[in-house]
Ligand binder design. Structure first.
Ligand code: 6PG
Length: 480
């Protein structure tokens, strides 16, 4: 250890705090690209295993702050990959007394964007630079190339730009990282990324339910359907892993793992944060909201058991041509998936205005094309849509994407109506279809809502024929 520290003293271009799988993998990725790096974790075992894994590379390890900081070149660049929330503050508090003006802290975890704002302000007062960086791609992405969403002062980004560009995923040679803007924008974009992730995962889960309970397909058939879908316009990381999941055998039982997994969905909060932020900014993201609600509903196992006895029917096998149904389902999923991106992107556009992020949505779509969990072929079209119109308020208004949705809208309608007769829940698909129907409609029944508000609360309303605000005495007879 001492010998190693002597060798590495003041040599490392970047240090990583937190040597969990993500931190360790990202550090090894940096080392693969020729950077000299240091890892710090209080858990000595993690430091030892980092050293073991990185034999020939320029990777140093420490399990005390002092030793760790000794390894870093000045001004220092320190990345944190620790669980979001209080642990981030604890690490910053521990580092702070040892840092000097000009040192840089990069929070690369899934921090809430408001925490990032608070930390940036506090650190600015201490002349410590701070970047809030979203990283997506899971363990494998961290090791082989994630999508990286950085936000904060541009000068701070420039310091670590070569490292981030080197380790990021590449799509046709283009690194899946770019400077996104000031403040907490990196964590905001990552949060919305995860909201979209929740939405797409829910939609895929609904197609699984329909094919399993509605058509009676087995896991092998499901594996094949998802594999074929992934070869066409639905091509995406989430479809790819879904197909693989249905082929995976359980070592313990020899059966397929999927059938051994308890149907209770967990969450770490980023999807819920997306919904909360969207509500606050008054941007409709119904598919994402719904995805969060369905994870919540999955937890009520006992109640669902009770209800299944009370509400027995209907739940039946579809009497349909399987090939036609699966084709319709493919189209329904594809069009809905576009609309989840549309909801997320619309939220980003509004948040960018509200929080002065100066976001370039083309750049966001571009860096999501590789490395991250929501990478998908359709992101090429989404990137092109924002390239053609930087002020596009909703992707549904892009002519090319509109054409794709229009081509599939009848399939989506067919699936939603058949599912409702079968009694198979497809709330994500349903709400997405209704989102489309509401969004494309000039007339809304909101006039009635305004009338009701005015009726019971004198909240007033606007008229179509005259400017101004009006109130009606609803219970007063006009003829009297
Ligand atoms: C990613 C993932 C990653 C993590 C999610 C899981 O982009 O690499 O989104 O951030 O796997 O946070 O979120 P839930 O635990 O809430 O499903």
């Amino acid at each position: 250890m001492n010998k190693q520290n002597q060798n590495g003293k003041m040599q490392c271009e970047i240090g990583m705090v937190g040597l969990g799988v993500m931190g360790r993998n990202l550090l090894l990725n940096m080392a693969d690209h020729g950077f000299t790096v240091a890892g710090f974790d209080k858990d000595k075992n993690k430091v030892d295993s980092l050293r073991k894994e990185s034999k020939e590379k320029h990777v140093y390890g420490a399990f005390t702050v002092e030793e760790f900081l000794q390894l870093l070149k000045k001004p220092r660049a320190i990345m944190l990959l620790v669980p979001a929330g209080h642990p981030v503050d604890l690490v910053i508090d521990e580092l702070l007394p040892h840092l000097q003006p000009g040192d840089l802290i990069i929070d690369a975890g899934n921090s809430h964007f408001t925490d990032t704002n608070t930390r940036a302000q506090m650190l600015q007062g201490q002349q410590i630079q701070f970047l809030g960086v979203g990283i997506s791609g899971g363990e494998e992405g961290a090791r082989l190339g994630p999508s990286i969403m950085p936000g904060g002062p541009k000068a701070a980004y420039e310091k670590v730009r070569p490292i981030l560009e080197a380790v990021a995923a590449k799509v046709n040679g283009d690194a899946c990282v770019t400077y996104l803007g000031p403040g907490s924008v990196g964590h905001y974009v990552k949060m919305v990324h995860n909201g979209i992730e929740y939405g797409i995962m829910q939609l895929i889960a609904e197609t699984y339910d329909l094919m399993k309970r509605g058509l009676g397909l087995n896991n092998t058939q499901l594996h094949d359907v998802y594999r074929l879908w992934n070869e066409a316009e639905l091509n995406s990381y989430l479809l790819e892993i879904t197909s693989n999941i249905f082929a995976k055998q359980d070592e313990k039982t020899g059966k397929q793992v999927i059938d051994e997994i308890l149907a209770v969905a967990k969450q770490t909060g980023t999807g819920m944060w997306t919904s909360q932020s969207a509500m606050e900014l008054q941007v409709p993201v119904p598919t994402i909201d719904l995805a969060v609600s369905m994870r919540d509903l999955s937890v009520f196992v006992k109640e669902r058991e009770q209800a299944s006895k009370l509400y027995k029917n209907p739940m039946m096998l579809a009497n349909v041509d399987h090939n036609i149904f699966i084709k319709q389902l493919q189209g329904a999923l594809f069009s809905s998936m576009i609309m989840v991106y549309a909801q997320g992107m619309m939220l980003l556009a509004v948040a960018s205005d509200k929080y002065a992020y100066e976001l370039n949505l083309e750049a966001v779509a571009r860096i999501w094309r590789g490395g991250c969990i929501i990478r998908a072929r359709i992101l090429e079209d989404i990137t092109a849509a924002f390239r053609a119109n930087h002020h596009l308020s909703n992707l549904l208004l892009d002519p090319n994407l509109a054409e794709k949705i229009l081509m599939q809208q009848n399939n989506l309608r067919q699936i939603v109506s058949q599912a409702s007769f079968l009694g198979v829940p497809v709330p994500g698909l349903m709400v997405t279809l209704s989102y489309l129907d509401a969004y494309r409609s000039v007339w809304q029944p909101a006039n009635l809502i305004q009338a009701q508000r005015d009726y019971f609360g004198s909240h007033t309303y606007e008229r179509m024929d005259t400017e101004g605000t009006f109130h009606t005495e609803w219970e007063q007879d006009v003829s009297t």
